[in-house]
Design a protein around this ligand. Structure first.
Ligand code: FAD
Length: 537
């Protein structure tokens, strides 16, 4: 049912009810704007609504990922584990929505299919899949970088007669692995979380690996009562670190380089890293880990030795050791019992580089060495990263310019929040922001956007649009940084290379959060020189 009359007209229309969009809605309302949020899913939580697969959990420490804007909220939510599991995270985000009375301004099952700038009216006209139309002065797409599941183009994929799932579209109801012949295709961050759980229940589990990844232990643990008390007592200090640190974590940076240490000291340090939590293996590592190939190779040798020590079958161990990239070049997955799962008699590893998938049939998956019959296929094959959701939202700016045309050669942004030709359109948590603990720098962008909306309102302007120069400088900075040697991530989804036909462009911001801070400060100091502001007559 197409409707010409808008069902609502608001100052700020937010798209996406993930951790970024929920915060955006809260901040916009707090600043006195009328606001509404449209979400495609049937619940709030974004990533933590869609990725319900068993084993889905944080790789960021729970309390560092969670909102920090309210001490009361922080005090009342007791995270159970240092790295919480999906159900707890979804519960938390629902709690936030209710606690701040946000649900009345959220419409679920509302997928935006078109968002068109009406220049004469100075408004966005936004349409959802059911034909409802909304008008808004400002449109904020908090649509996520990992929110469009990607399926590889395998012949016969739809012919399979058994159960099929994607980790990023997991059903709410129970999925039973018991006694079934299960395939998990993909060994990125999601696949490796799922594998040990399926392995424990399934009659057989075949893991189809295209790229071996440098998996290291997550080292999760329950949060003890003493730790809970300390977290609350040290809240302000924790916020100070999280609000300023380059990657948005609490991890202490190390002050030594790899070859400052003797072989023996280095070995002890690597053991300490192996036993350290989550991303600290990147953020507290030797200072040259990502910048010196020889240093990186030393760490990779240590990891390879660990894998050989865990996996009993030498052939399987070798296939699980990455040979085509260094540590940190891909998003490092963190695991609990992943390598150990391959010691179970019911688990088989298929290396798709050696034996590629030929086709999927009604009975199972056929690779170059034959057909394996299956009851269930789980596609853990990732996402159309960075621009996937924004490019599917039907966004058209000034003079009908389609966002997909403006970004045909890759995203062009300023601060990862605005793009030229699309007045009053913002996309926090989209491409080009920073890298690290996601909610921290997405939150920086939301704060900047709300300050900007207030700035526009207080000065009596109606529209704001980034200048072509400012967009070019930021985009060139991101692209140049990504080409700098050593060029980490070239073969990873950070460059969109997992999606055929996508321009090979860096989708994060290689200069990271410090650059974001610096440029936001510059915008303020220069009175929004990077933007064109205008008012209707
Ligand atoms: C399994 C998994 C684990 C992760 N773990 C971590 C971690 O430990 N640490 C970390 O920092 N990051 C992690 N991430 C990255 C994660 O995506 C971000 O941390 C965070 O969820 C981003 O929040 P967001 O609100 O920006 O986007 P999302 O959570 O992706 O939310 C975007 C929302 O927008 C909605 N949407 C998109 N398009 C439309 C449309 N056209 N109309 C209406 N609604 C739309 C989607 O349905 C979705 O609900 C993980 C990602 C995955 C997939």
């Amino acid at each position: 049912m197409a409707s010409s009359e808008p069902v609502a007209a608001v100052d700020v229309l937010v798209v996406g009810a993930g951790i970024t969009g929920i915060y955006q809605l809260h901040r916009a309302r707090e600043a006195g704007f009328s606001a509404l949020l449209l979400e495609a899913g049937g619940g709030v939580g974004g990533t933590w609504f869609w990725n319900r697969y068993p084993g889905a959990r944080f790789d960021s420490e729970s309390y560092t990922y969670a909102y920090l804007f309210s001490k009361e909220l922080f005090d009342e939510w007791e995270w159970q584990e240092h790295f919480a599991e999906q159900p707890e995270i979804e519960r938390y985000l629902n709690h936030v929505v209710d606690r701040f009375d946000l649900r009345r301004d959220i419409r679920l099952d509302a997928r935006v299919t078109a968002a068109v700038w009406d220049d004469a009216a100075g408004r966005w006209v936004v349409t959802t899949a059911d034909g409802a139309a909304y008008r808004a002065q400002f449109l904020v797409a908090a649509t996520g970088v990992l929110s469009v599941p990607f399926f590889p183009d395998v012949p016969g994929r739809d012919d399979f007669a058994g159960e099929t799932y994607h980790t990023g579209l997991w059903p709410a109801g129970p999925v039973e692995f018991d006694g079934k012949r299960v395939a998990v295709v993909g060994t990125g961050s999601s696949g490796v979380q799922l594998v040990p759980i399926v392995a424990a229940d399934a009659a057989s589990l075949t893991v189809y690996q295209r790229t071996a990844n440098w998996c290291t232990p997550l080292n999760n643990a329950p949060i003890t009562p003493d730790e809970q008390t300390r977290l609350r007592a040290e809240f302000e200090a924790m916020c100070a670190t999280l609000h300023t640190s380059a990657a948005g974590f609490l991890h202490e940076p190390h002050d030594r380089a790899t070859f400052d240490d003797s072989d023996e000291e280095r070995r002890a340090f690597y053991e300490k890293m192996w036993n350290s939590p989550g991303f600290s293996k990147l953020t507290s590592h030797y200072t040259d880990l990502l910048f010196d190939e020889a240093a990186n190779a030393q760490w990779c040798d240590f990891l390879a030795e660990k894998i050989r020590g865990i996996v009993e079958d030498p052939g399987t161990a070798e296939r699980l050791i990455p040979k085509d990239h260094r540590f940190g070049e891909h998003r490092p997955p963190f695991v609990t019992g992943y390598f150990e799962a391959f010691n179970r008699p019911n688990v088989t590893l298929v290396d798709l580089k050696q034996t590629p998938i030929v086709r999927v049939t009604a009975a199972g998956i056929e690779t170059a060495d034959g057909l394996r019959e299956l009851d269930m296929i789980v596609w853990a094959t990732g996402f159309d990263f960075g621009t996937g959701a924004l490019s599917r939202m039907g966004v058209r700016g000034r003079d009908g310019l389609a966002l997909t045309d403006h970004w045909a050669d890759g995203p062009r942004t300023f601060l990862g929040v605005q793009t030229t030709g699309f007045p009053n359109f913002f996309f926090p948590g989209g491409p080009h922001a920073a890298a690290g603990n996601n909610p921290r720098y997405n939150g920086d962008q939301v704060d900047f956007i709300v300050d900007t909306l207030v700035y526009v309102r207080d000065r009596g302007h109606d529209t704001i649009e980034v200048t072509p120069d400012a967009e070019k400088i930021w985009t060139d900075m991101v692209d140049r940084g990504a080409e700098r040697k050593p060029s980490f991530g070239v073969s990873s989804y950070y460059f969109g290379t997992n999606v055929p036909g996508k321009p090979r462009k860096y989708l994060l911001n290689s200069a990271g959060r410090p650059k974001l801070f610096k440029e936001i400060d510059r915008v303020r100091a220069t009175d929004y020189e990077a933007f064109t502001l205008s008012r209707s007559e």
